[in-house]
Design a protein around this ligand. Sequence first.
Ligand code: ADP
Length: 191
Amino acid sequence: MVNIVLFGPPGAGKGTQSENIIEKYGLNHISTGDLFRKHLGEGTELGKLAQSYMDNGKLVPDEVVIGMVDDHIENQKGAAGFIFDGFPRTVAQAEALDKLLDKRSTAISCMVMLDVPQDELKRRLLERGKTSGRTDDQNEEKINIRIQEYLNKTVPVAEFYAGQSKDCKIDGVGTIDEIFANISSALDSHF
Ligand code: ADP
């Protein structure tokens, strides 16, 4: 199995590049943001729990996220591998993910990190908010909170994977195709 963590701040282009990676490498996609939005839309208990955090730009508590990912992996038996998008977002989540994969006799192959400057992130998120209907993309204050959460809690996750020599930094500014070409060359050595 090849398992990839797609890492980067909100607005880095993880969703867009995930689609390209899935298409080329045939991996199963796990986006915790999408899973939470699905629960929210269906009005499940988990969705209700996550809503207040998401509405305020804060991270949902680790145990909630980890349980949801564990369930989701369990329902995807026979997958060739996974691409984790928007997860792990804390070191506790990264440690839990290692355990979840180890339990299934597999591991993370590499972490692809999309590098985008902060000004460009805000511009992209506000632009996305005009069409996505995502309320967390329509308000500059919420965007700032999400970027702060990223800097405080998620940046250490990059150090966690660097410690395992699994990190790979990609310039996240450029055309979608240019960025994907760089991601592909980084990933090809793992396939
Ligand atoms: P973005 O990358 O644009 O911020 P996501 O769709 O990945 O958007 O996430 C939206 C929201 O869902 C986050 O702001 C957070 O509240 C919640 N969320 C998603 N993934 C996680 C996670 N791994 N840990 C905690 N909260 C999460």
